[in-house]
Design a binder for this molecule. Structure first.
Ligand SMILES: NC(=O)c1ccc[n+]([C@@H]2O[C@H](COP(=O)([O-])OP(=O)(O)OC[C@H]3O[C@@H](n4cnc5c(N)ncnc54)[C@H](OP(=O)(O)O)[C@@H]3O)[C@@H](O)[C@H]2O)c1
Length: 280
C-alpha cells in the first residue's frame, strides 16, 4: 500500500487523484483549509470503502505555521511518502497579506510547495519510487518574477501573482535536485491546461459565471486530465526534473528554468523563511 500526500486534495485535480488512489487500495492524506470539503472528501472515501485509508488534514497552507504544521503532522502519521502532490491554490483578485506579511498567492502557491517539498524529502526517500508532482503552469501562460518586489506591494493583479507563482515553481523544480543531488525522489512539474475544477469559485460575478460556462465548454473534465499525471506518478521519469504541458514533455531549459535564477530564488526563499521563527 502506497501513501500519497495531496495538498488541495479536497477539490479539483487533487481530489480526483486522491479518490483514484483510494479506490485502488492506497492511502491518501488530503490537505486543505476548509472543513466542509474535507468532510465531503472523507464521505466519498467511505462510499469507496476506503474510510480507514483516507485522512483529511485541515491546515491553512498560506501561513508558514500551517506549512510547518503539515510537515510535522505528516511526518508523525507515516514512515514513508510515495507521492507528494501540490495542488492547493486559490485565486485572489485583490492583494491579500497573510499573517506572516507575505502576499497570499506567493505564500500558498509557491512557498508552501517549497516548505513541504524540502521538509518531507526524508519521508519521500524511504519510498520505493518517490515522486513530487507539482501542479503549476510550466510552458503555459507567460509571466515574470517581480524580483524587486516578490510580494507585489505595488502593481498587484491576481493574474500577475498567479503567473509569478508558476515561474517560481518552475525554478523550484530546478533548485530541488540541485539542493538534493543524491536524492532518488523525482520532481515533476505539470501544467494540466484548462481543467473544469473549483478554479473559478473565488471569482466575482459575472466573471465567475462566464468562466464556468467556458470551462463546461472547453475545459477538460478532472477524470480525463488526471490520466497522464497518474502514469507519471506510477512510473516516475528517469531525470531528476521533468516538465509536462497537458501530458507532453517540455524541455526544462531556457529562461523559465535558468539555474542561476533558481539559485537566487532558493536563497531569497530560505532567507525569508529564516526570518519567520517557529513558535515556541
Ligand atoms: N484547473 C485548471 O485549469 C488548472 C490549470 C493550470 C494549473 N492548475 C493547477 O492545478 C492545481 C489544482 O488546481 P484545481 O483547479 O484542481 O484547484 P481547485 O479545484 O480550485 O482546488 C483547490 C484546492 O486547494 C485547497 N486550498 C485553497 N486554499 C487553501 C489554503 N489556504 N490552504 C490549504 N489548501 C487550500 C482547496 O480547499 P479549501 O478551499 O477547502 O482550502 C482545494 O482543495 C493548482 O496548483 C493549479 O494551479 C489548474
Amino acid at each position: 500500500m502506497r501513501t500519497y500526500v495531496i495538498t488541495g486534495g479536497t477539490d479539483g485535480l487533487g481530489k480526483g487523484l486522491g479518490l483514484h488512489f483510494l479506490r485502488r487500495g492506497d492511502r491518501v492524506i488530503a490537505v486543505a483549509s476548509g472543513a466542509a470539503k474535507g468532510q465531503a472528501f472523507l464521505a466519498e472515501a467511505r462510499r469507496a470503502g476506503a474510510a480507514d485509508r483516507a485522512v483529511f488534514l485541515q491546515a491553512d497552507l498560506s501561513t508558514v505555521a500551517g506549512m510547518r504544521q503539515v510537515v510535522e503532522r505528516v511526518s508523525a502519521a507515516t514512515e514513508a511518502v510515495d507521492g507528494l502532490v501540490f495542488g492547493a491554490q486559490r485565486f485572489r483578485t485583490a492583494r491579500e497579506e497573510t499573517a506572516d506579511g507575505l502576499e497570499f498567492t506567493f505564500a500558498l502557491a509557491y512557498l508552501s510547495r517549497f516548505v513541504l517539498g524540502h521538509g518531507l524529502l526524508g519521508h519521500l526517500e524511504r519510498a520505493e519510487a518517490p515522486v513530487v508532482l507539482n501542479l503549476a503552469g510550466p510552458g503555459g501562460l507567460p509571466g515574470r518574477i517581480n524580483w524587486d518586489d516578490l510580494q507585489w506591494r505595488d502593481g498587484y493583479s491576481g493574474m500577475r501573482a498567479s503567473m509569478q507563482a508558476s515561474r517560481c515553481n518552475d525554478l523550484l523544480g530546478v533548485a530541488f535536485p540541485a539542493r538534493h543531488p543524491d536524492a532518488r525522489t523525482r520532481y515533476v512539474l505539470y501544467n494540466p491546461g484548462f481543467v473544469d475544477t473549483g478554479l473559478t469559485d473565488p471569482l466575482p460575478q459575472p466573471k465567475r459565471a462566464a468562466l464556468k460556462v467556458l470551462a463546461r465548454l472547453f475545459a477538460k473534465p478532472v477524470g480525463k486530465a488526471i490520466g497522464p499525471m497518474l502514469a507519471l506518478m506510477d512510473a516516475p521519469p528517469r531525470p531528476a526534473l521533468t516538465a509536462y504541458l497537458r501530458g507532453k514533455p517540455l524541455e526544462p531549459a531556457g529562461e523559465d528554468f535558468d539555474p542561476a535564477a533558481a539559485a537566487r530564488l532558493d536563497h531569497l526563499t530560505t532567507g525569508l523563511l529564516d526570518r519567520i521563527p517557529a513558535p515556541r
